[in-house]
Design a protein around this ligand. Structure first.
Ligand code: Z5A
Length: 221
């Protein structure tokens, strides 16, 4: 079924755990792509449109901190991720690709396989079905920033007064997420490039830029 998903040649995603340095990597990827002379759109998930940003609030607000509130069921979390993604693809990503832009998205469906599939234990076949029916689009390049879980969490510790709902998970949840990302990268070496995010920030940025330029060269820019 997933063979029918369109792998768009100008669609790029960034993936990885917490604190891996996606913000710097996004800027480096954008700067490299701008050498093509085309428009480059940066966007993020969950979010990227007004409706999807409202769903993001629902997904990330730390309801456990409020005793009067009910927890979000894993199934609800997955469906909300895909509701936001369907809206984002229809309203922002597809129109940008259709007008000839490159689109770089901070997280996409691989995060759902990693967090809701491996992290929460939901069936990956269900996720594949949602990906096929509600999204129908895949990146042709995915940069996976890989880092030891504890090191990533140490980088973001203290940044937020209140960690969001997913950030509040335990280390073993994030170990499953990391392992799933790496397994997906090994299964699809043509699409994924794994970047060692333990290196200093400027090295990570340089590596991302080199990988994007190499990828553009391989497809004749
Ligand atoms: N999620 C999901 O469950 N399912 C899905 O389908 C999707 C998402 C799409 C999004 O929240 C959450 O939603 C995310 C997954 C889930 N939850 N988690 N965890 P977000 O967008 O707010 O969170 P994030 O994507 O994880 O972002 P982040 O924690 O901010 O990570 P980052 O973007 O990689 O971090 P950064 O801001 O670039 O760097 C963090 C800090 O580390 C900063 O102070 C940097 O200066 C420092 N840093 C970064 N790199 C280095 C290096 N190389 N050396 C030293 N210090 C560094």
């Amino acid at each position: 079924m997933t063979e029918a998903i369109l792998q768009h040649p100008r669609f790029i995603t960034l993936e990885g755990g917490e604190g891996v340095g996606k913000s710097t990597a996004l800027s480096a990827a954008r700067d490299a792509l701008q050498q093509s002379g085309r428009e480059v759109l940066l966007t993020r998930e969950p979010g990227g449109t007004p409706v999807a940003e409202r769903i993001r609030i629902l997904l990330l607000e730390n309801r456990a901190a409020r005793s009067d509130d009910e927890p979000l069921a894993p199934e609800t979390e997955l469906l909300l991720m895909f509701a936001a993604r369907a809206q984002h693809v229809r309203e922002v990503i597809r129109p940008a690709l259709q007008r000839g832009a490159f689109v770089i998205c901070d997280r996409f469906s691989d995060s759902s396989y990693a967090y809701q599939g491996a992290g929460r234990g939901l069936d990956p076949d269900w996720i594949a079905d949602l990906e096929y029916r509600a999204v129908g689009l895949r990146p042709s390049l995915t940069l996976l920033l890989d880092l030891d879980v504890r090191e990533g969490r140490a980088r973001t510790r203290g940044r937020d007064l209140w960690p969001d709902r997913i950030e509040s998970e335990r280390d073993d949840f994030f170990e499953r997420v990391r392992e799933n990302f790496l397994r997906r990268a090994a299964a699809e070496p043509e699409r994924f490039r794994v970047v060692d995010a333990a290196k200093p920030l400027h090295n990570v940025a340089h590596m991302v830029s080199a990988l994007v330029l190499e990828w553009m060269d391989s497809r004749g820019r």
